[in-house]
Design a protein around this ligand. Sequence first.
Ligand code: 4AD
Length: 436
Amino acid sequence: MLPVNKLWLSEGALGMLQSLRYYCQKTPRKLRICEAISHLEVGTKIKVQGWVRSVRPQKENLFLHVNDGSSLQSLQVVASSELNHRLLTFGSAVEISGSLVTSPSRKQEVELQADQIDVVGECNPVEKGFIQIHTPVLTSNDCEGAGELFQVEPAGREKDQDEEGHRHFFSVPAYLTVSGQLHLEAMAGAFPGVYTFGPTFRAENSQSRRHLAEFYMVEAEISFTQSLEDLMKVMEDLFRSTTEHLLAQCPEDVALYHKHVSPGYRDNVDLMMKKSFNVITYTEAINILNSSSKKFAFKTDWGCDLQTEHEKYLVKHCGDVPLFVTDYPYALKPFYARDNEDQPLHTAAAVDLLVPGVGEMCGGSLREERLDLLKTRLAQAGLDETYGWYLDLRRFGSVPHGGFGMGFERYLLCVLGVHNIKDVIPFPRFSRSCPL
Ligand code: 4AD
């Protein structure tokens, strides 16, 4: 009996071992990308998790590059084109199982032949074609040309030279950024849609309820665009999608404001979301202001900048929903704004979005992509040397493009119905106030 039993036992154990081996072969082992590309695991079933660095769909196959930050090199993934999915976009987070094999290409030693691809996290901005760029806080440009700059030097060394005779820490004067636009324009030469969201600084002496010395701005730049309509569409979409998201994700917080801070304001938000935004030109705006019986504190002649009182009046006059004002006088806009070349009312292809109760919330323009016109304008302002690199962007593969910036705190004023910008940021900075 014993040998039989032993045989039976060993057969049973063998069976278990076989099914364990079968299970191990079937169940992929989770590897980091650096482990996967080390080719020690070739011939095994593996699973990797990471972010998509590139997607190349071909007729029969889909090629991906995936990275999880464990290696500078990404893992090439080859899958049947049936595994392609609309959510597989640059930046999306994925989990992929398959067989690790020796790659037939000389570009990499191994590749993953995928059996299954799961998108764990979508990457929506990329889906809409926008790539996020981290633009610098320290910069040597005054994008807006308004001179409202905070200069940055090491403390206690403002005027002196260092031991090597350098007057400035960066060899040139450096400032806290007033806008990431010019850096976005450089990146828009490589990606058709880019955006940045970060702090911006303006040394404005204004004590108004809508100005801060440090505020946040969402800025976008779009290549291959030749019309303000394209820009206005992106601005309107940004407002609508952000507001939809806010109302869906934080309904209690928004309701708290609409109950205690701005009673009844939810109706205004609903109206803005329901109705299309209006569009008028600057010239039409001036005509509206001049035919009004209201007495304004500031001048309303053609050529004058629109003041808050004018902006708020125009929004109300046009139905109390957001209002685009286009084609401002050329002389009012910074050097980068595209010349409409329309004499004698000389205007630029620039647009501001004005919103109820606040006035200007976004400012944008088509950019002057024509080298000769840009050169002349910069030379007139004595800036052609400073902006040599910006002129180079027009020399090498330049395309018509444009963009805009939306002040984030002003957006919050608009959707929450808050009166003073200092109440939508925890540590407001404004002239003569920088505690903590
Ligand atoms: O109109 P601005 O100056 O436009 C730019 O900076 C462009 N370079 C943006 C671009 O095209 N990429 O500023 C854009 C927005 C304004 O519409 C306003 O909402 C906000 O930034 N903003 C301020 N918000 C608070 N405090 C201040 N001092 C602000 N100055 C501008």
